[in-house]
Design a protein around this ligand. Structure first.
Ligand SMILES: Nc1ncnc2c1ncn2[C@@H]1O[C@H](COP(=O)(O)OP(=O)(O)O)[C@@H](O)[C@H]1O
Ligand SMILES: N[C@@H](CCC(=O)OP(=O)(O)O)C(=O)O
Length: 258
């Protein structure tokens, strides 16, 4: 089964967006995302890559070392993932949207048969109006929770699925200039084709809940760009962030193809 005529968007939602910077998954944010997808569903099909499993678990349990060790993080992800999916399912169902779960790891993108299986499964899901919600399979792979690269997983997914657009929702208005951060009056780089110059603007810092930082988002955009896919880095904390970006009514970073 192939792609439909609709524009395919791969939407990556980071932990910071899902928790709105708190210690809990925000039902309000998930509802906001559902509302936007429902509004756009005649013209766009969505595949979501969502972090938040570990954050979801921390709402319910307090494991040894509070999740600092990698194997404890893996256990937390295992506990939190079904909770995360339940919250998505409940909120999306309210708006008549169907959801499904796909757990992937990097090594799946290195095997031809696995790649075919991913594409075939997701195409059947999308064709039947299910919204696939992807996360790393944290039980078998530790790449993302070690390096915070759900961004890279999302980029590989966008490339594999031939997405028309890759949107990364984070907690800033896209990529800020280094100078503006230093001067405490942040300024967004609205348009860029030049990955290397963007990398120079980005400090290798991470915010309180996410693990990847802006650097991994630029790396993800580079993977997409090499496959001729545009990346938008938008502020997912704002209501209607997808609609506003599509209407060009928001301050965000567009990384276009060269
Ligand atoms: N130049 C920059 N512009 C914007 N954010 C930056 C920049 N350099 C570093 N960052 C950091 O990257 C963070 C976003 O990445 P991350 O914490 O991994 O979020 P997420 O959970 O959305 O993946 C920002 O909150 C900010 O602290
Ligand atoms: N698989 C982990 C992903 C952690 C992660 O990469 O977080 P983020 O930097 O917010 O995308 C989880 O769901 O908690």
């Amino acid at each position: 089964m192939d792609k439909s005529d609709k524009k395919r968007i791969v939407l990556k939602i980071g932990t910071n967006v899902l928790t709105k910077g708190t210690n809990n998954i925000s039902r309000g944010k998930i509802e906001d995302i559902a509302q936007q997808i429902a509004f756009l569903k005649d013209d766009y099909e969505f595949v979501i890559v969502s972090s938040g499993a570990i954050a979801a678990a921390k709402q319910f349990v307090n494991l040894e070392s509070n999740g600092k060790e990698i194997n404890v993080k893996q256990a937390l992800a295992s506990i939190g993932q079904p909770h995360l999916m339940r919250i998505f399912q409940e909120n999306f169902r309210e708006l008549g949207l169907l959801t499904s779960q796909c757990l992937l790891s990097y090594s799946d993108f290195e095997k031809e048969q696995s790649k075919k299986n991913i594409v075939n499964t997701i195409n059947v899901l999308v064709k039947n109006s299910y919204i696939p919600i992807i996360n790393e399979n944290d039980t078998v792979a530790t790449d993302e929770i070690k390096f915070g690269d759900n961004d890279k997983l999302a980029a590989l997914t966008a490339v594999l699925l031939g997405a028309d657009l890759f949107i990364i929702a984070t907690n800033t208005n896209g990529v800020y200039t280094k100078k503006s951060i230093a001067e405490n009056k942040v300024e967004t780089i609205n348009n860029s084709t030049n990955i290397n110059s963007l990398k120079k603007e980005v400090e290798k810092s991470i915010s309180s809940h996410g693990t990847g930082g802006m650097f991994s988002k630029i790396n993800a955009a580079e993977i997409a760009q090499e496959a001729m896919i545009e990346t938008w880095i938008v502020n997912g904390l704002n209501d209607n962030f997808i609609l506003d970006a599509i209407k060009n009514n928001a301050n965000f970073t567009k990384i276009t193809i060269q």
